[in-house]
Design a protein around this ligand. Sequence first.
Ligand SMILES: [Zn+2]
Length: 355
Amino acid sequence: MTRTTATTATTLHACCWSTVSCAAGEVARVQDLAARLHPGAAVVVSCQRVEAYSASPCDCEAPAHFADGQALQHLAEVAAGLHSVVLGEEQILGQVRRAFDTSLPALRRVADIALASARELRRETDFNSHAGALIDRALKTAGMTPGGTLLVLGGGQLGRLVARRGRETGFADVIIASRTRPPEIEGVRYVPLSGASALEPVAVIAGCLGSAAGEVLPASLPAAALLADLGTPRNFAEGQDAPVVTLADMLADEHARPHAMKRRGELRARLTEIVDARAAAALRSGSPIAGLRFEVERIRQRELARMMKLHPDLPADALDAFARALVNQLFHGPSARLKSDPALGEKVAELFAPA
Ligand SMILES: [Zn+2]
């Protein structure tokens, strides 16, 4: 859909990489690039992505770039879990917030709009999902039903959520194998990671190991009907005996489900409304000039969308450039003078606001 508003007082630029099911070397390379090429940026790292958010434009090799309103919207979508394999999973919100905890105040202010919007969408939507539901997604993708033994590799947050979900979803026996003993979970057994290969055959092995663990070789695993690779970097080395379902497979499976994609699209559209309203409120509470610019941009976008619909034969880029140039010319002089008279600026901004 066409964005109607969302220009922000501070510019926001996002350089985005997907790390879904990447090997350790590639994940490390991308994390290094994100940090090295974007000094002062907030870097969001989750099991699916590495994204650098900065105040200035960037033309690095990241496969996706977003600017200003689009960057703000994208950040809100990521924070709300709309791009997560498990739709609306809770853990990503904290990961995004932590990335901006120590960022420059100007970046933090913009991120707060995205985070507040994501929270608002979560409040009005019953997602009822945490990252542990990845095991549900893995089984669905593989066409399996839960039952028998689930062996979870890794006792970190993801491993524990998956183990807990495994119990709920119908595995009779759930075992966590990790290097150190995790906090007790009711109905879940623990074995040291080094002892996993000696276990009786299991139904499913879920890989939830972090980047320090390295790839798991077939010899260190018991026999299994399915390997669910939920880790980033990917957990299972090539050449496994059992079939492997990866995060990439689960995403592809989700994208092939029209109902699921329709729901994601609807949630994105609703989130756009929330982000726009919050960005508008933030701007109005800022300087009158920012408010004026915001209202003018809103009108420009509306008219641009109308023209593009009326004249699909005209090149959209040229229309956009023309409208932008016209608006800039018209408002350059007045906005410079209004800056020196804030009271007048406020009155003029009000003239352009919706009735
Ligand atoms: Zn970049």
